[in-house]
Design a protein around this ligand. Structure first.
Ligand code: NAD
Ligand code: G6P
Ligand code: MN
Length: 443
């Protein structure tokens, strides 16, 4: 079987060791010749790079491994770039979550004003790594899960329309794993229909390969428990705030009882609830939970490996639902025609929605990338919600390109998460101040 060369961009990410362990776990399906880490923060990546170098020497000595901050070295001779950068890192995630709270609005990594602030930072970083990839490995594909994926995807559609960048999210896969446990099936045996935007969608069907429909059974379960399952099936979405999110799906389902909701809809359907749960501890948000949890655990593990000079007895968690990244790479490399939920340009997949909207739908993925599966017409409730949200995302990208204060203000004003144009303006002025090292200067 062909051996592949992969660069992980955002090599210093808290998710890097989990992805590397997942790649090692899948070498029989996706053999690796070269694995590289690339980051623009030498110190942060260096800790993970040094530890993974030791681990790989012990566990997979045939893989050429390097970590570098040099774009040419990183992006030359690669087949795939797996990208998960966070422009501004955790210091800025903390601001994305805390600034909105000062204005009576919830603060979240990818939704509402926090997600929009992050979007204005991410576009620049994403364009930079796309251009490096195209310069040094013009045939390579980028499998991107850097957030906010909806805004990044729209920016790619407009600014890099011919680039081989696929934007993906692990939430549909993570939730299907929960559903599979609810119905006692293997996740690989379930096939879904789904429509929406990234972090904004609904499942309309969950069937096994024989065609048996499980949606009624799952709806009944979710109407009582949300997506909380008996046994934890992933290691990522387990902290207390995530448990509350899984549970809240129950109230999302009650708004649209026919379809199963993506948990991120809580921020659009119950923004007041989201704010109420954050306002009592405005100094301690999800960013703090991650910095005290996942980030500490991952970096302490790495430091332990470095100080012992060996990874024996110290293992990073395998990011198990991230196997979808290998499935995606395989689908392109081996033309497997796997069915996967992805973020793509609509072009009729949702019949009563604009062609040029970036939507999230199941696709068949092969050597030329994803082919969206048509989901037909959607009900007007979802259509209207989605049109409002996708217009926010489009205005934001236009604001970025045109450096337009007015459009960014409109984007914030239109967002269902912000109560008025006044609040939107006050928020914008605050966000501009906090993001001045990262955003284009708005006029
Ligand atoms: P992190 O801050 O730990 O890691 C991000 C890394 O990116 C940092 O080491 C940082 O130095 C690096 N970076 C920032 N700008 C860069 C640039 N221009 N070039 C190269 N490297 C750069 O963050 P994390 O919590 O591990 O998350 C990483 C990313 O993955 C985030 O965007 C997060 O939202 C995303 N994510 C997405 C999904 C999904 O469903 N799509 C799932 C999980 C995580
Ligand atoms: C899910 C989403 C990602 C998001 C992540 C945040 O996996 O699909 O888009 O980045 O959650 O998780 P965290 O543990 O960092 O809050
Ligand atoms: Mn996501």
């Amino acid at each position: 079987m062909k051996e592949f060369s992969v660069v992980i961009a955002g090599g210093g990410s808290t998710f890097t060791p989990g992805i590397v362990m997942m790649l090692l776990d899948n070498l029989d399906r996706f053999p690796l010749k070269t694995l590289k880490l690339y980051d623009n923060d030498e110190e942060r990546q260096g800790i993970l790079g040094e530890a993974l170098e030791i681990l790989l020497k012990e566990q997979a000595p045939n893989i050429d491994f390097i970590y570098t901050t040099d774009p040419k070295e990183a992006f030359s001779d690669i087949d795939f770039c797996m990208a998960h950068i966070r422009v501004g890192k955790y210091a800025m995630r903390e601001k994305d979550e805390k600034v909105p709270l000062r204005h009576g609005v919830f603060g979240q990594e990818t939704c509402g004003p926090g997600g929009m602030a992050y979007g204005m930072r991410s576009i620049t970083g994403m364009l930079e790594i796309i251009d490096y990839m195209e310069q040094y490995s013009p045939d390579a594909w980028m499998l991107n899960y850097s957030n906010p994926a909806a805004i990044v995807a729209e920016a790619c559609r407009v600014l890099r329309p011919n680039s081989k960048v696929l934007n993906i999210c692990d939430m549909p896969v993570g939730t299907i794993r929960r559903m599979s446990q609810i119905v006692g099936k293997n996740p690989e045996d379930l096939e879904v229909n789904y429509f929406g935007l990234n972090h904004f969608g609904w499942w309309t069907s969950v069937k096994d390969k024989e065609g048996t429909e499980y949606i009624d059974k799952i709806r009944k379960y979710v109407s009582e428990n949300g997506y909380l399952t008996q046994v934890e099936i992933d290691t990522q979405h387990t902290d207390p705030s995530w448990q509350a999110t899984h549970k809240k799906a129950k109230d999302l389902l009650s708004v649209t009882p026919e379809f199963l909701p993506n948990t991120y809809l809580q921020y659009y359907l119950y923004p007041d609830y989201a704010f109420d749960h954050m306002k009592d501890h405005p100094e301690y948000t999800r960013a703090n939970e991650v910095m005290e949890g996942r980030e500490k655990i991952v970096f302490n593990h790495a430091k332990e490996i470095i100080s012992k000079g060996s990874a024996e007895g110290i293992s990073f968690e395998i990011d198990s639902h991230a196997t979808f990244i290998v499935d995606l790479a395989r689908a392109i490399a081996f033309n497997t025609h796997e069915r996967m939920v992805m973020i793509v340009e609509n072009n009729g997949a949702i019949a009563n929605f604009p062609d040029d909207a970036m939507v999230e739908v199941p696709c068949i993925v092969g050597v030329d990338g994803p082919e969206p599966l048509t989901q037909g017409k959607i009900p007007s409730f979802q259509q209207a919600l989605m049109f409002q949200q996708v217009t926010v995302e489009k205005l934001l990208v236009e604001a970025y390109i045109e450096k337009s204060y007015q459009k960014m203000w409109q984007a914030l004003t239109l967002s269902k998460t912000i109560p008025s144009a006044r609040v939107a303006k006050e928020l914008l002025d605050d966000l501009i101040e906090e993001n001045k090292d990262f955003w284009p200067t708005l006029k």
